[in-house]
Structures are given as C-alpha cells and as structure tokens.
Design a binder for this molecule. Structure first.
Ligand SMILES: [Ca+2]
Length: 161
C-alpha cells in the first residue's frame, strides 16, 4: 500500500501534466503566449527567451489549427496583425531553420506566391489572418510584429501552491 505522501505527490504530478506557466495557453503538447509588444524578429526571440520560451515552431496542421484558434480569441489589434514565429532563412536563402536548434523546418502554410523574399530580402517567418485563413509569410526581419512564444508544459514538475 502506498503511503499517503506518495499518493499526494502522485496527485500533484498528475495535476501538473499539461499545465503551463501563468499567462501561457495550453494547446496540445505545448504552451503558447502572444506577447503584447511589437518587436523585430530578433527582439521577439529575445522577449520569448526572457520568458523561458522561444518563438513558436509550428510543425504540422494540428498544431497550426490550435494556434489559429488561440489567435482568433485575441483582441482585434492582435488578431488582424502579423505574429512572428520561429523560422528564418538568414543563413541560407530558402532554407528555413528553427531558431537555436537550427532544425530544418519542413511544414509550411505560405500565402499564395510565398515565400517571395521581396524588396531587400525577407528572412523571417510570420503568420497572419488572410480573411478567415491563417497564412504564413516571409517578412523583413526588422518589421515590428507581435511575438508568438512557445515553451514546454510543466510535465513531471511538482507544483506546490
Ligand atoms: Ca514575403
């Protein structure tokens, strides 16, 4: 028979599964937050890192659908603007990598004609609502957008209130 303290600790661990830090939204396997600050892509990455997170990396249609719903629940000024996500082809044009891990990204949902790398070059990934659809764009890294940050859930962490 388990001791009461083991049962209590198990319950706390179970509760923590799927939980996120305050302010973060639990979506699928991860925790997300849109920071209410407009920043260049590099600044956005730093803001996310300051929150123990990174810019969100969207790896498949399921994750994208959850994020789409999250964006839809935001205020108009964010819902109708572009958000920075974790992807850049600064190192090699046309090859988009995740920040920090430099993992080569394979899932995209570019807006028609994208990525177009227009003007003096566009090397940072953003997402935006095109009518009701969520679309992706390569954007000028210096443009000011809202950071969409992602961090791991508090799985296997004992949270004592
Ligand atoms: Ca573009």
């Amino acid at each position: 028979m388990k001791s009461p303290i083991i049962v209590l600790l198990s319950a706390l661990v179970f509760q923590a599964h799927g939980a996120c830090q305050p302010g973060f939204e639990s979506l699928g396997e991860n925790c997300y937050i849109i920071l209410h600050v407009q920043a260049s892509w590099g600044e956005a990455l730093h803001y996310c890192q300051a929150m123990g997170a990174s810019l969100a990396v969207i790896r498949n249609k399921q994750e994208e659908a959850l994020i789409d719903g999250y964006i839809h629940r935001q205020h108009d000024h964010i819902r109708t603007s572009q958000l920075w996500i974790g992807g850049t082809d600064l190192l090699q044009e046309g090859i988009f990598l995740a920040p920090n891990s430099l993992e080569t990204l394979t899932y995209f949902n570019w807006a028609p004609g994208g990525p177009d790398n227009v003007g003096t070059g566009q090397h940072c990934m953003s997402i935006f609502k095109d009518d009701a659809l969520l679309r992706w764009d390569d954007n000028n890294c210096e443009v000011k957008n809202w950071p969409l940050c992602q961090r791991d859930q508090l799985e296997n962490t004992i949270v004592v209130g």
